[in-house]
Structures are given as structure tokens and as C-alpha cells.
Design a protein around this ligand. Structure first.
Ligand code: CP
Length: 314
């Protein structure tokens, strides 16, 4: 079945169909070779303007979106919350309406409030891409994770992916759960009981507090950062105790499949979620994830821009 992209926004994977996810991954595959050319630029978004609004720190996502926009020849505006008039009390909606009045067509936004991109997308005609909202979703991270798994393992259907770490506060885990289960993968989440969301199994995953059980038969181990900045209370006695029970290191990997992939969305707490030898070792595809993020974000911008063009032409 051929799917045509019709959405104005990409705010999450919860509402996307498997065909729409496949369309983004296939588009990313076809755009991947642009970054291997001597001149790494195509005119696809020439004359279009994209604003990157980051109200939370970011390294990978912000740089990756900005580079994707440049590769596609878009004009870009970069905006960080801490240096803007939002600190003087301007509302998010008013800030975005001002940016929109400069004829910006796409807004890429990271915000600490869950649902902020969804509210803007509903209220304003500009296209909105969610670059991470609170503890809700981080759709392009999940898409690049799926792209990497597909690239390394050949497919997503039937693949077992174990998420280890702070599932409760993880927008990466949520988007991956929506995406992977739609694509036919098996997902297991593993953490201390306090870091597992209540009734997480209702999302179509299995849950355990036992690391060995989670990684047994896993094709992929995706590690999630311990997010001290989002934890208002103590979820485990100490970081050392967490690492003793949940760190992926050479010893723990003896219980995993010999061709297991080690993934992490970053930023990594080196020596906590995983040991340095595993992070820099042969199973790790953490830097491949970063590389693939560029093609995935180019695909998202390309598809959204095409959908906008059709709406304007009608
Ligand atoms: N994975 C991710 O979102 O990283 P950044 O916070 O550096 O963007």
C-alpha cells in the first residue's frame, strides 16, 4: 500500500499508523546518500524557513535538525528559551505567533511541558515538529532508533528490544514503545519498580525489574539515561546501587545474544547506564544513531514541507 504524507505536524508516534512510520523510514533511507556526496546539499527546501525553538538544553537533536535544514537548503532561525523574551513573561503562544508573522513555515520545538507542541499545532497554522516535550514523546529520536535497528538487523518485525533505565520519565521510551509495537517489534522495559510507569503493560510491552530476564534473547538493548533533573524524589537509594543492578558492562553482556546491539539516545552518564568498555565497544551503535538522526530529520522536514505545499496549492 502506498502512503502519502498528509499531516501538517509531527507531534508524536502515538497517532501515526505503521504505514506513515514506514514512509518516514523509507524516505530517510532515500535521503541518506546526500550526506555522502562531495556537495552535501539539495535545493528541496530552498525559500522555506524553519525555526528551531529550544526551551531545554540539547546537543544531538538541535544540531541534527539544524544540519538537516541546511542540507535541504532551508533558511533557519535558532532560538533558545533562556535568551528570549519568554523570560520576561511572554507566553509560548505569543512567542510563536511573532515568529510565525515572519513567514516561518515549520517550527521545531523542544519544551519541558508535556503537550506544549500539540497545543501549538492545534492553535496555529504553522507546521510543528516535536523535538521532545517533557516526559511525553520524542518522535524523531524513536524514528532514528528504529531506522538504526532496521539498518543493522534488516527489519523491525519480530525484533526484541529491551529498554533499561528511567522508563518513568523517558519520552524516548514512550515514542519507541508506540513506534516499535506498531512495526511488529517485541518490547520489554526494565527498571527498579519505582522507575516503571504504573500499568505500563497496557501499552503492549512486558515489564520486569530483573536485568538478566530483560536482556535474555534481546536483539537490541536500548539504555535510558537516569534523569536527575526530572526526579523530584529519590527513586533508588544511590546511583552506585542503581549501577550495581542495572549497568550494562562486559560481565552482564555474557548473558546477552552474541550479536546484540547496544543503543543509547544520549546524553550518556558514562559509567552509570553502561560501562566505558561497552559504550566504546563493538556492540555499540550509539554514534550510528546520531548519524542516522540526520537522514530521519531530513525526511520529516521534507514530508511536512510537501504536505504544506499541497495545502497552500488547493
Ligand atoms: N537524544 C537527545 O535528545 O539528545 P539531546 O538532548 O542532546 O538532543
Amino acid at each position: 500500500m502506498t502512503t502519502v504524507w498528509k499531516r501538517k505536524d509531527l507531534v508524536g508516534l502515538k497517532d501515526l499508523s505503521a504505514n506513515e512510520i514506514k514512509l518516514i523510514l523509507d524516505t530517510a533511507k532515500s535521503l541518506q546518500e546526500i550526506s555522502l556526496r562531495p556537495v552535501k546539499k539539495v535545493p528541496t527546501l530552498r525559500g522555506r524557513t524553519v525555526a528551531n525553538l529550544f526551551f531545554e538544553p540539547s546537543t544531538r537533536t538541535r544540531i541534527s535538525f539544524e544540519l538537516a535544514e541546511k542540507r535541504l537548503s532551508a533558511d533557519t532561525i535558532n532560538f533558545t528559551g533562556s535568551t528570549s523574551s519568554t523570560v520576561k513573561g511572554e507566553t509560548l503562544k505569543d512567542t510563536v505567533r511573532n515568529i510565525e508573522s515572519l513567514k516561518v513555515e515549520i517550527i521545531v520545538m523542544r519544551h519541558p511541558a508535556s503537550g506544549a507542541p500539540h497545543r501549538l499545532a492545534e492553535a496555529l497554522p504553522v507546521s510543528v515538529v516535536n523535538a521532545g516535550d517533557g516526559i511525553n514523546e520524542h518522535p524523531t529520536q524513536a524514528l532514528l532508533d528504529m531506522f538504526t535497528i532496521q539498518e543493522k538487523k534488516g527489519n523491525l518485525s519480530g525484533i526484541k528490544v529491551a529498554f533499561i533505565g528511567d522508563i518513568l520519565h523517558s519520552r524516548v521510551a514512550r515514542s519507541n514503545i508506540w513506534g516499535l509495537t506498531k512495526m511488529g517489534a517485541k518490547v520489554v522495559v526494565c527498571a527498579p519498580k519505582t522507575l516503571l510507569p504504573p500499568q505500563v503493560e497496557a501499552l503492549g510491552v512486558s515489564a520486569t525489574t530483573d536485568l538478566d530476564q530483560a536482556i535474555k534473547d534481546a536483539d537490541v538493548i536500548n539504555l535510558l539515561r537516569i534523569q536527575t533533573e526530572r526526579q523530584s524524589e529519590c527513586y533508588f537509594p544511590s546511583i552506585r546501587e542503581y549501577a550495581n543492578s542495572y549497568q550494562i558492562n562486559r560481565e552482564v553482556l555474557k548473558h546477552a545474544k552474541p550479536d546484540v546491539l547496544i543503543m543509547h539516545p544520549g546524553p550518556v552518564n558514562r559509567g552509570i547506564e553502561l560501562s566505558s568498555e561497552v559504550m566504546d565497544g563493538p556492540y555499540s551503535v550509539i554514534l550510528d544513531q546520531v548519524t542516522n538522526g540526520l537522514a530521519v530529520r531530513m525526511a520529516v522536514l521534507y514530508l511536512l514541507s510537501g504536505a504544506r505545499k499541497k495545502v497552500v496549492e488547493k
